[in-house]
Design a protein around this ligand. Structure first.
Ligand SMILES: Nc1nc2c(c(=O)[nH]1)N[C@H]1C(S)=C(S)[C@@H](COP(=O)(O)O)O[C@H]1N2
Ligand SMILES: [Mo]
Length: 361
């Protein structure tokens, strides 16, 4: 795989070179970050089945062919981002658990598949008419993970109202080709706006139930803990399950500590907000004293589900500069200035102003 920064070979975890990431509105499959908790199972599309059970009127047991022919094929462009994206910045404050993701545990793809809502509808999920907010839709997968010495198959859940959103896809395709093995072939969920952890890959079972999934991924991991919780004694009940992601932005070009010639410099990167549009991106070349507004670029059919790429040219004099970016969403929300304010022991939701030091001349 070209141009990837590999955090681990088994399980495979890798993010693209940041310049490649900012270059295209739709991220190519070969540079789309991969986050795996276990193996990449080798699955056969011809024999793979999706079961739907729990609080439904009629259980389903579907082949991939049945899934693809019984339900309307749809496509949707959406960003997928790991809750641990930009964790490396947070580890600069104090150590956290987890891989030191830089700015690349994010990508924007065009997903193809069928709506989860249509499949739940066909099963006659309980409470489906009133989108019963007390019900959960749990997912089971075919990869084996090991977390804190415990071995289990990956699983997670989302609330029924979110599951019924027309954006939520049972995806079989990614950017016009079948899902690559490491991205969940032959079937994964894509939940736009939510942290990547809620988009299970290698999906085999969907259960409508009264409680969230009891899988360790849902019950213990991926919770935002208060700053006084330390690695020695994690009380998971003090954290909340991460779903929507906060406003975030990163500089992809130039790279940290780049040596640049004097004159105009192009600065570019990505910005995203979970369910709202990015309306403004501010860039500073002096650590955040003076701000300039970047030009924004977004796919027409992406809406608030996809990211916004931004670019600005600034003339920089000789010497050292601290480049900074911060984005604003349509509700006027922006990012914290200092990553120390949001430190947490798992290193999640690292969305402070992104700072890059460069040397000119
Ligand atoms: N079955 C399964 N699904 C999974 C994971 C996993 O390890 N196993 N990782 C999750 C996490 S934490 C993220 S961020 C996304 C990453 O998706 P990608 O590897 O296609 O980029 O998948 C999610 N779905
Ligand atoms: Mo993730």
């Amino acid at each position: 795989m070209p141009e990837m920064l590999v955090h681990g070979a088994a399980p495979y975890n890798a993010e693209p070179d940041r310049a490649r990431l900012a270059a295209r509105l739709v991220t190519d499959n070969d540079v789309f970050y991969v986050r795996c908790h276990g193996d990449v199972p080798a699955l056969d599309e011809a024999t793979h089945r999706l079961r739907v059970d729990g609080l439904v009127r009629s259980k389903l047991d579907l082949s991939m062919h049945e899934l693809n022919t019984r339900f309307t094929q749809v496509a949707c462009e959406a960003v997928l981002q790991c809750a641990g994206n930009r964790r490396a910045d947070m580890q600069g404050v104090r150590p956290t658990s987890g891989d030191p993701w830089q700015v690349g545990a994010i990508g924007n793809a065009r997903w193809q598949g069928v709506r989860l809502a249509d499949v739940l509808d066909a099963a006659g999920a309980a409470g489906i008419d009133r989108a019963d907010a007390s019900l959960h839709v749990a997912f089971e997968c075919l990869d084996h993970c090991t977390v804190d010495g415990e071995r289990f198959r990956y699983g997670a859940s989302i609330g029924l109202p979110k599951a019924l959103s027309p954006d939520v896809l049972l995806a079989t395709g990614m950017n016009g080709v079948p899902l690559p093995p490491e991205h969940g072939f032959p079937l994964r969920l894509v939940v736009p706006g939510y942290a990547g952890v809620r988009s299970p890959k290698w999906l085999s079972r969907i259960t409508v139930q009264t409680t969230p999934s009891d899988n360790p991924i849902q019950a213990r991991d991926y919770r935002l803990l208060p700053p006084d919780v330390s690695a020695e004694a994690i009380d998971w009940s003090r954290g909340f399950a991460i779903e929507e992601m906060p406003v975030n932005a990163a500089i992809c070009v130039p790279a940290p500590f780049a040596a640049l010639p004097e004159g105009p410099v192009t600065i570019e990167g990505w910005a995203m907000a979970s369910s709202r549009s990015i309306v403004r991106v501010d860039v500073s070349a002096d650590g955040g004293r003076v701000w300039h507004q970047a030009a924004l670029r977004r796919s027409q059919d992406g809406g608030a589900r996809s990211w916004t790429l931004w670019r600005i040219g600034l003339a920089l004099g000789r010497g050292r500069h601290e480049l900074v970016v911060r984005a604003w969403d349509a509700a006027g929300q922006t990012q914290p200035s200092d990553v120390a304010e949001i430190w947490n022991v798992k290193g999640y939701l690292s969305n402070a102003w992104h700072r890059v030091q460069v040397e000119v001349g």
